[in-house]
Design a protein around this ligand. Sequence first.
Ligand code: ADP
Length: 443
Amino acid sequence: MNKVQRTASPLAKRNAGVKEIKRLRNTLRVRDLELAELKKKHAIDLQELDKVAKMLVQRDLERSQITEKREDELKQLKESRAALLNILEDAQAARKFVQEEKEKISAIIANLSDGLLLFDAQDRLSMVNPQTEKIFAVKEQDLIGKTIPQLAAFPATRPVVILVKNEGEKIFRKEIKLREKMTLEVTTVPLTIGKNQLWTLVVLHDVTREKLIEEMKTEFVSLSAHQLRTPLSAIKWTLRLLLDGELGNITQEQRGFLEKTYQSNERMIALINDLLNVTRIEEGRYLSRRVLIELEQILQIVVNSYKEESKRTNIGFKLEVSKEPLPKVLVDLEKIQVAMQNLLDNAFRYTRAGGQVTVSLKSDKKEVELSVKDSGVGIPKDQQEKVFSKFFRAANAVRIEAEGSGLGLFIAKNIVESHGGRIWFESEEGKGSTFYFTLPVAG
Ligand code: ADP
C-alpha cells in the first residue's frame, strides 16, 4: 500500500492540487469576508472613539473653564476676605478710638472743677459729675432720672433748677447764693442732640472765693472813701473861708493858687462820691425812697445848674421838652439827678468850644425818654462796648480831658436800670454822641 501511495498517479496528484487550491480559495474568501466584517466593525469603533475623544476634549475644555472660573472666584473671595479684614481692622480701630475718646471725656467730666448737670429733652436729669455731688452734698443716685419739678422739691438743688426752669432755652449766666459761703455762677447751654432733641447742660462754677474778695474790696473802698470824705470836706470849708476873705485879706496871686486848690479838692470830693456810689451799688443798697414826680421838674433844676458851664465853655445849650404834659415817674430824686448830671457833665467835657449840647425830654404811654446830644469828640467804634464798664475811659476822651474817673456812666446805668429803665447811646467819632435813658411811666 505504502508503495502505491508513494507512487500516486499525476492525475491524482493534480486532482489533489485542485482540491487544495479550492480549499485555499475558500479559506481566502472566508478570510476576506472576515476581514471585511472586521473592517466594518472597526470602522464603527473608530467613529465611537472619535465621538468619545471629542467628548473628552469638550469635557476637558469645560473642566478647564470651570477651573479657571473657580480660580477667579477664589481670587475674588481672597480679595473680599482681605477687604473684609481691612474693614474689620478699621472698625476695631474706630471702636478703640471712640472708646478712648469716651474715656477721655469721662475723665475730663469727672475731674472738672465745675459741676455739670445734663438734662434730656424731657427735662430729666441724665448725668451729673462728682463736683455736682459735692456742691449739692447729694449722691448721684439720688439725682439721676429726676425731673426738674422733682429736683425743685430738694432744698439743696432747688435754687439751681428753679433758675434753669425760668431761664428756658437761651444761654445765660447768673450768680446765685446756694447757701452761706457758697456762691455759684450758673450757666446753661442748650445742646442739640440727635434729631432736634434739645438737651440742657448746666455748668456750676463756684465763685465763693471771688465773691468774698470782691466784697472785701468793696468794703475797703467804702471804708477808705468814708475816711477821706471828712478831711476833704474840712479842706473845702477852710479854702472857702480863705477865698471869701473871712480869715483876712489875700493877694490876687494867693487867690489864684487857692482857687486851683479848691477845684482840685472839688474833683477829689467828686471822685470819692463816685466811689461811694459804686460801693453802694455793689452792696445792693443804693436806692432809697422813691417819689412820684414829673421828670421835667428834676431836669429843669439840673439844666439850670449847667447854664453857667455853657457860658464858661462857649458851648451852646438847649432844652427841648415835648408840648404834651408828660406822665409821672416813680424815682429816687437824688439818684436820677446824679444820672442826668453824669450825662451832662460828659456832654460838656467832651465837646469843644463852639459846639452844641441839646437835652430833650419826650414820652409815650409806657416810658419817659431823656436824651443828651452833643457835637463833641464822639466815641471810637472799637471802644463803644466798654463805655458803661467801671473805670473805662476812651483814648480820645483822655486826650482832651485828663481828669475823669470812668465811673460816671457805670453809676448812671445802675441808677437807670434799678428804676426799671434802659440806657444806651449813639456815637460817631469826631461828630458827636447822644446818650438816652428811659424810665417806666408810673402805673
Ligand atoms: P469819665 O467821664 O469820668 O471818664 P464816664 O463813665 O462818665 O467817665 O465815661 C466813660 C467814658 O465814656 C469817657 O471817658 C469817654 O471816653 C466816654 N464818653 C462818655 N460820654 C461821652 C460823650 N458825651 N462824648 C464822648 N465820649 C464820651
